[in-house]
Ligand binder design. Sequence first.
Ligand code: HEC
Length: 159
Amino acid sequence: MRFITTLFLFGVTLFTACDDGGDSGLADGPGAYKADYRTSSAFFTQMAGRVLGNSPHGTSQIWYSSNIKSLVANTSFDVPVGTTAIKEFDMDDDGNLDGLAVMFKKDAGFDPTHGDWHYEMRGTSGDLMPDPAPGAIPMCVGCHTASAGTDYLAGTELR
Ligand code: HEC
């Protein structure tokens, strides 16, 4: 009996420890691309300029919505609904921006097996690209799944 109780308590502890998303106490994010992300206090960047990352996008600078400022230094976390990430990328590193990759977290159920993230591509002036069609874009999801431990955000360690 004691063994079963211990097992039960362990399970509860494990469940509580993993469930740090909804109970994080953090505010929801904007849940959409915002054109003033560079100057708005609703966003922050940890990068002084564009740096070379590990994605097909070459050099980039990433902005996250400010509601997750206290989370991104952690090695494992879940973010609240509406959390938004905007990545400016310069594919060929010639100093000219080539586009914006955007992702934001939708309500639970949008794409439950992949963290409920919406993905979209935008042009240099923020115009939404029709192709690939915005949503749970399989190509984006496929690669970001490697970062499931940080709730599908792949660039939080870049500086
Ligand atoms: C081959 C892997 C791969 C694919 C495909 C990919 N990404 Fe990423 N993405 C990354 C990596 C790695 C980063 C971290 C920054 C870097 O290294 O450039 C990243 C960063 C980002 C970020 C910044 C937020 C963050 O920390 O993750 C956004 C936004 C983003 N990607 C959107 C997209 C969108 C939209 C698509 C699909 C059109 C896409 N990505 C496809 C690998 C990928």
